[in-house]
Design a protein. Structure first.
Lengths: 332, 332
DNA sequence: GAGATAGATGCAAACGATTGCATATAAATT
DNA sequence: AATTTATATGCAATCGTTTGCATCTATCTC
């Protein structure tokens, strides 16, 4: 690979001149520029971004830490992140944690050490101390989906409202026995969805029925499937099931079908975290749709703001809450 | 952030000694080591990976170029890649192209310039010249899913066999009017799936019926949906539909349901690129399942081999073909 | 007891860029 | 004509590491 030095030699000027010419960072004689461009062309010179990073103390990279990118809302958020990041001149580095705190720690440790300028994370919540350390060391941190710590800016959806509106909607449809298959409650969004569900159920004078998923992201389908049995046991008059995630919804529909229970006539189903899959199902699923891509775009905008602000020592924490919108489909 | 120099000063030794102590790369007196570790601890020193990269000419990062990571086989492959990469001490940088050659070019140009040691790519096929350039400049390149160029090692599935076996299977089930909803034929795996389909149909003495999807990855559901109408128009006696991708299958099922056509009694459906979704559907879908995660793991192993081999100037191109396995489900 | 060897450390040059400072010429201002 | 100002370039330090080479002591070998 040709370096600046090679270009300089070929163009018979100093490396500094070449650098200035290529970055338009100071006066360079047009003639000289021409020579330099010619040399660049001839050697097909490409600046070494690593060297540039080292010197400028800036990586132009964003670390993204997610529980898992396949078949979940994160997949779409990451798309948004990537899109916007590219637009703003950043690369993204992705790390999957499977919601395992150790994996997460490993990811984060990898990212600090000057690999990235900022980290966008959907954290397990078990490494907040490390995150603060990282933040203190000058790496921007913003939280996605899960606002574990007020310290760091965040982009989330209004999960509480999702749970609340979900119940109210089903209640308005005539349901009185509304079960809820939730995710692991030690993860904030699930806790909040429950809160909304709980409040609404109370207001409606209904008795709540909740089952909780295990930690494992990949078992959501199975958890939804198994949840149906549990809910029916708790209340045979069950007439609606709310699930936290689309994949659980698939499991629920599957289980109901096997029991020959009619959707939506006998039991209605809705998801609180809708993304594209809901509209593509055989029986399309009513859900609270999250503007996932927009959230990703916003996250990137936010982290870049923080990165730039850090340089000027102007922190400006902010917490953005996106509204989900209820989309009515066949399951209700 | 503390640097080697800071540690050296605190431990009253030279930076070189610190470096050697931390990397176990030469003799360092135990006493000195102790002092150094203490200093490291005290300053919570973390090595700057950028500087290390620059000096060692190695990035320990792999670039991954995919059409899109959500709701596609790529999502799972990337999981495998990431998993294995972490194990081998590499970070991954992801780029989405949406199968747009310009995006792809942009990605690649970003990756060259010393950002990564190797690139794993599912290419549009429009930038092979650039890829050769990149490869020639010392960056390892391996192809995933799409073997566009024999020049570069590859990991693919046996798409031809998928198409062939799919037809044979349906034929054995009694189907004689087997339609095929394929992806864009200028993309190799689709071309090969067609080839297998074509050969089997010929052998079976059936007349082929094919519709082709547009380029756009996101429209697969819609393409499947629309494909049903087209196929039925071509042959009202249609008794089976093969789709290239799961998402198309969702569209097909949806369309058949709207027409009140019974699956599998009247028309059977199967997908040639199965991943997890097939087993989670309301009517589970028969499909040729791809060992996506394994493919990802293999890809990472392969690129790392190439990266290491490059260092020793021993290229060893290889082309790996994974077999897909037929999993029978409710749609047939 | 002379020479070889292993153990321990420091000096300084890389890696490939950017950038503050100095310098030189040309053009503009007073 | 003297002084500023704009234009144009080079020198050398710097970012934070790694590493070849030189040096020095202590131990070992014959």
């Amino acid at each position: 690979m040709a370096t600046l030095k090679d270009v300089a030699k070929l163009a018979c000027v100093d490396v500094s001149t070449v650098s200035r010419a290529l970055n338009n960072t100071s006066y360079v004689h047009p003639e000289t520029k021409k020579k330099i461009y010619a040399a660049v062309e001839r050697l097909s010179y490409k600046p070494n971004l690593i060297a540039k990073s080292l010197r400028q103390g800036k990586r132009n990279a964003i670390g993204v830490v997610v529980p898992g990118i396949n078949f979940s809302i994160f997949s779409e958020i990451v798309q948004g992140i990537e899109l916007e990041a590219r637009k703003l001149g950043y690369s993204i580095m992705i790390c999957n944690t499977n919601d395992n705190p150790d994996s997460e720690e490993e990811c984060l440790n990898r990212f600090r050490n000057g690999l990235v300028d900022g980290i966008i994370i959907a954290s397990t919540g078990q490494n907040m101390r490390l995150l603060r350390d990282i933040s203190a060391s000058g790496i921007a941190v913003v939280q996605m989906v899960r606002k574990q710590d007020k310290e760091f800016s965040s982009v989330v959806a209004d999960y509480d409202a999702c749970g609340y509106e979900g119940v109210k909607y089903l209640y308005a449809k005539g349901c009185r026995h509304i079960g809820f298959i939730n995710g692991p409650m030690d993860i904030i969004p699930y806790k909040e969805r429950y809160r909304g569900y709980h409040r609404a159920m109370k207001e409606c004078g209904c008795e709540e029925m909740v089952t909780e998923s295990t930690q494992h992201l990949g078992d959501y389908f199975q958890d939804g499937y198994a949840g149906v049995a549990k809910l029916l046991e708790k209340d045979p008059e069950l007439d609606a099931i709310i699930v936290a995630a689309d994949l659980q919804g698939l499991g629920v529909i599957r289980a109901l079908k096997e029991r020959k229970i009619k959707i939506p006539d006998e039991i209605k189903v809705m998801s609180l975290t809708g993304h594209s899959i809901g509209s593509m199902m055989e029986t399309t699923m009513t859900s609270m749709e999250m503007p996932a891509k927009e959230m990703g775009v916003r996250l990137t905008g936010m982290i870049v703001e923080h990165i730039d602000a850090d340089a000027d020592h102007q922190p400006n924490r902010q917490h953005v809450v996106f509204d989900a919108s209820l989309v009515e489909r066949e399951t209700t």
